[in-house]
Design a protein around this ligand. Structure first.
Ligand code: AHR
Length: 492
């Protein structure tokens, strides 16, 4: 049995936890779009106008707040006009980064309809690498303008009388890599051009610049904007975590993955430092982590980037969501990669078979934090000395936690993740500034850390109600090894 202590400071607000921290990402990669989301109107699989009904319902059930599309690397080779109008006339194109070809059957109209069905906001990424400011501006005009222009007529002819009102626009993706191999100064110049026209047309839109998880890119990009920081609303960073093996991981790999996740905290600290240093108080720019997740070596192009998603990955996801909650004054959105069948997906399909992954359930549990006020949660207790993939050492606290309070301070939500592979933890919880009347807990747990769901056993890993000892201002919660627990506590 190991020990941990969590102190929740009810009076110390960090900021509002935007529901957008629990967002998703969809790219034309493997069977994410084709089969996972788009099955076509003639499919035997239940669909609404070609969009897979089970996927929509599952996303709606966890309150998916926002979905990013069309990439990823795919975005900087995507020409949106290929994907609108009668489907039989849409051109087939090479899928440059992810193999095979793309039929363009799933384009802007289909994506926005998918988001509306799922109850999520659409987040579009424009093509900077091989596109033009005109193409980007025309896309925004097609989506959002309500006048009588060529592009609004086109949207109406395609069956959409009302503008889509897409608020979120990323100006390129990984432009330091697959998005054109720009130098930061070159990207800053391109960004100024693209964003000038997007900002003028979309005054209420939010513009997202491509950042990096190295400080050098962010500093040089921000300096390269030469004072035009008003053109940037958010800076995006990406972070993937290598898990060794998807299911047959060793104890060392188990902990190394969880220690890798904590690198994101360094990324956030460094992104904020770059913004503080260059932009200072002249403009409030948020940080968006619009791609994150576990990327096992078993996920590759040839296999359509399918990987098994175990309870260990769910523990990793909970670790990251705790981080976002704790950094909710900095992080304005985050998008797990990728929604269906690819990388750390929340949904899996095999033809007609459909099931959700342990990570899906973490998103369901953590929804209790969304829209609340994040408050400081201090964690102390037993730690594990871990060697990270680059050979560096990291002292991983066995428990990860975050906390949020509802308006009116009648409820506090505390998430408690026991990251130990094999030790249960006695976790002392103390509320500073309030007392619990009662707690209601839900827990994700299974005997084995590599347990996962499948078409045959879709509920092998599923959340269940758990006992909570929450009472007064000090109590102990018993957390089983490799488990995720969310306690909703009524305050007196
Ligand atoms: O999510 C898969 C790929 O990972 C994305 O296309 C790219 O942006 C990132 O490198």
């Amino acid at each position: 049995m190991a020990d941990a202590r969590v102190v929740v400071h009810l009076e110390e607000a960090v900021g509002a936890i935007s529901p957008l921290l629990y967002g998703h990402f969809v790219e034309h990669l493997g069977r994410c779009v084709e089969e996972g989301i788009w099955v076509g109107e003639d499919s035997q699989i239940a669909n609404v106008s070609g969009i897979r009904s089970q996927t929509v319902e599952a996303l709606r059930a966890i309150g998916a707040p926002v979905i990013r599309w069309p990439g990823g690397c795919f975005a900087d080779d995507y020409h949106w006009e290929d994907g609108v109008g009668p489907r039989e006339r849409r051109p087939r194109r090479v899928n440059l980064w992810w193999g095979n070809e793309d039929s363009n059957a799933f384009g802007t109209d289909e994506f926005v309809r998918f988001c509306r069905l799922a109850g999520a906001e659409p987040y579009l990424c424009v093509n900077v690498g091989s596109g033009t400011p005109l193409e980007a501006k025309s896309w925004m005009e097609y989506c959002n303008y309500d006048g009588d222009t060529h592009y609004t007529q086109l949207r109406r002819a395609n069956g959409n009388a009302a503008p889509f009102e897409v608020k979120w626009w990323a100006v390129g993706n990984e432009n330091w890599g697959c998005g054109g191999h720009f130098e930061p100064e070159e990207y800053a110049a391109a960004y100024r051009r693209f964003a000038t026209y997007l900002r003028q047309l979309g005054k209420r839109c939010q513009l997202v610049a491509c950042g990096h998880n190295t400080p050098d890119w962010n500093l040089r990009f921000l300096q390269g904007l030469r004072g035009h920081w008003d053109l940037v609303d958010h800076l995006s960073i990406h972070r993937y975590f290598n898990g060794g093996h998807e299911t047959e991981f060793t104890e060392t790999q188990y902990y190394a993955l969880l220690a890798e996740c904590m690198r994101l905290e360094d990324d956030l600290r460094e992104a904020r430092a770059a913004l503080d240093l260059v932009v200072r108080a002249r403009k409030r720019i948020g940080v968006i982590v619009d791609e994150w997740g576990v990327w096992h070596p078993q996920a590759h192009v040839a296999g359509g980037h399918v990987q098994e998603n175990t309870l260990r990955d769910a523990v990793a996801a909970a670790t990251v969501l705790d981080l976002f909650n704790r950094w909710c004054d900095v992080v304005t959105m985050a998008n797990l990669a990728q929604t269906v069948n690819v990388l750390q997906s929340v949904i899996r399909t095999e033809g007609e078979a459909f099931w959700v992954t342990p990570t899906y359930h973490v998103f369901d549990l953590y929804r209790a934090h969304a829209g609340k006020i994040g408050v400081r949660a201090e964690v102390d207790g037993d730690r594990m000395a871990v060697k990270r993939s680059d050979g560096s050492s990291y002292d991983l606290p066995l428990v990860s936690a975050s906390a949020s309070v509802a308006a009116g301070r009648r409820q506090v939500v505390v998430s408690l993740v026991n990251r130990s592979l094999d030790s249960d933890v006695e976790c002392r919880v103390r509320l500073e500034g309030g007392a619990a009347v009662a707690g209601r807990a839900r827990r994700l747990w299974a005997e084995a850390a590599n347990a996962h769901n499948s078409a045959e056993e879709p509920n092998a890993v599923a959340p269940a109600k758990a006992a909570s000892a929450a009472k007064g201002s000090d109590w102990t919660e018993a957390l089983p090894a490799h488990s995720v627990t969310v306690v909703e506590i009524a305050l007196g």
